[in-house]
Design a protein. Sequence first.
Length: 120
Amino acid sequence: MSKIERPLVRELFPDLVADLIACLREEGEEDLAVSTWDIRFYGECGCGDDFCQSFYTAERPDGAYGPGHRCVPLLPPRGDLILDVVEERIMYVEVLHYPKLPRPVSWSHQLGNHPLTLLP
């Protein structure tokens, strides 16, 4: 089975990545700020709340993240951003009350070999 190349979050949501990097630097999280440039989109959270645009940047865990997990709350100029980090790797980006991000026509394409097509 071939490994799926996940899209880079910076290509999908450049403004969000800029906010994440700026906020992480303000919090003194330089290593996470640098690594943000290379995080990949694995899938949306799926909660269905209209104020939530959260997504995974790694495989969804089977239960809790466990040892090495920490939560990194950030103070963006708008909305709320909270990162789940495990052993200094960003695993999940909680995006709440944030300006509307462009949405792929079909999130199901994130798991196939089809390119993601974004809606405005």
